[in-house]
Design a binder for this molecule. Structure first.
Ligand code: MTE
Ligand code: MO
Length: 300
C-alpha cells in the first residue's frame, strides 16, 4: 500500500510515476489513493545498479554453513564442487546424472542483472551469469504429465557443517510450477560479476527466480525432479504458517511478523533509506499472467 511508503518521502523523491510504474499501477494508485502527485522514492535506472561484489559475497543466507549472515563466507570454502553433476529424474524422457561440464558445453551463458529480495525485507541487485532453466529441462525432455519441478541441494555434512544441526530438515528442497520453471526470467546461475559462482552464493550452480522471495532460489543443486504433485519446500515444511509454496514478492501481503511493503538495500550502510518493495519484485509485466485467476493474497 502506497501510504506505507510515504514515511521516507522527501521533496527530492517526488518523481513522475511513469518513470518506474507501469500504466496499470499508475491508474490503480491514483484511483485508490488520490496520490497522483506524491510518489514513493524513485526506483528507475539507479535501481539496477549492482550491489558491490564484496557485499553480495559476505552477507548471505546459506544455512548449510550456519545461520549467521557471515557464516557462509567463513565456512563455505570447505565445499568441494568438482566433480559436480545434477541428477535429472521423474517425468522426463532422458533421466540421468548430467555432468555439469557436459551441461555447460551445451548452454550459452549470459549476464542477467536482477533485483534480489529476501523475505526478511532486505534486497540487493545482482549481476548473475547463467542460462535459462528451460534450456536444461529441454535437454532432459519434460513429459506432458509433468506439472512441477522439484530441486534439491547437496547433502554433505562433512563439508556443509551447518547440516550437523537441525536448523532445517536437510537436504534443502525447493520447487516451482512447470510454467514458472519454463519462464525466460528463471535462471540457472553459474556466476556473479563474470566470476565462477562463489561457494557462499551456491556454487557451482543455483536457481534464481527474481520475482519470488530469495529462499526459492535454491543453491548448490544436485537433483531436479519432474513431478505431477506440488513438491515439498524446506521453509514451508519448517514454518508452514509463514512460508508458502508460491512466495511471490508482494508488498501488499505482509509476513505474519513484519511488513513486506518496503525493503532495506544491503550495502548502503545501516542507515540507508528503505525503498518500496515492488509487486513481483518489479517483474509484474513479465510474470503476472502466470497467476491470472489466483488470489495472490492466499497463494502467498
Ligand atoms: N540450499 C540453500 N539454498 C538457499 C538458502 C539456504 O539456506 N540453503 N537460503 C535462501 C535464502 S533465504 C536466500 S535470501 C538466498 C540468499 O542468496 P545469496 O546468499 O546468494 O544472497 O538463498 C536461498 N537459497
Ligand atoms: Mo531469504
Amino acid at each position: 500500500m502506497a501510504h506505507r511508503w510515504t514515511n521516507d518521502l522527501t521533496h527530492d523523491d517526488v518523481t513522475p510515476k511513469s518513470a518506474y510504474l507501469n500504466r496499470r499501477q499508475v491508474m490503480a494508485g491514483m484511483a485508490g489513493l488520490g496520490l497522483a502527485a506524491l510518489a514513493p522514492k524513485a526506483r528507475a535506472a539507479a535501481d539496477l545498479t549492482p550491489t558491490d561484489f564484496d557485499v553480495i559475497t559476505q552477507y548471505n543466507n546459506f544455512y548449510e554453513f550456519g545461520t549467521g549472515k557471515d557464516d557462509p563466507a567463513k565456512h563455505a570454502h570447505r565445499l568441494t564442487t568438482k566433480p559436480w553433476s545434477i541428477k535429472i529424474d521423474g517425468m522426463v524422457d532422458r533421466p540421468g546424472d548430467y555432468a555439469l561440464e557436459d551441461i555447460l558445453s551445451q548452454m550459452t551463458i549470459e549476464e542477467r542483472i536482477y533485483r534480489f529480495r529476501c523475505v526478511e525485507a532486505w534486497s540487493m541487485v545482482v549481476p548473475w551469469n547463467g542460462f535459462e532453466l528451460k534450456d536444461l529441462l529441454d535437454l532432459a525432455g519434460v513429459q506432458s504429465s509433468a506439472k512441477y519441478v522439484a530441486f534439491e541441494t547437496l547433502y554433505r555434512p562433512k563439508e556443509m557443517i551447518g547440516q550437523n544441526s537441525p536448523f532445517l530438515d536437510w537436504p534443502y528442497v525447493e520447487g516451482l510450477r512447470l510454467d514458472e520453471a519454463n519462464h525466460p526470467l528463471t535462471l540457472m546461475a553459474t556466476g556473479i560479476y563474470g566470476k565462477d559462482m562463489p561457494k557462499q552464493n551456491g556454487a557451482p550452480i543455483r536457481l534464481v527466480v527474481p520475482w519470488k522471495y530469495g529462499f526459492k532460489s535454491i543453491k548448490s543443486i544436485v537433483r531436479i525432479t519432474l513431478t505431477d504433485k506440488e513438491p515439498p519446500t524446506s521453509w514451508n515444511k519448517s514454518i508452514p504458517g509463514e512460508y508458502g509454496f508460491y512466495s511471490n514478492v508482494n508488498p501488499e501481503v505482509d509476513h505474519p511478523r513484519w511488513s513486506q511493503a518496503s525493503e532495506r538495500p544491503i550495502g548502503g550502510g545501516f542507515f540507508a533509506k528503505r525503498i518500496p518493495t515492488l509487486m513481483f519484485n518489479g517483474y509484474e509485466q513479465e510474470v503476472a499472467s502466470l497467476y491470472e485467476g489466483m488470489d495472490l493474497r492466499k497463494n502467498y
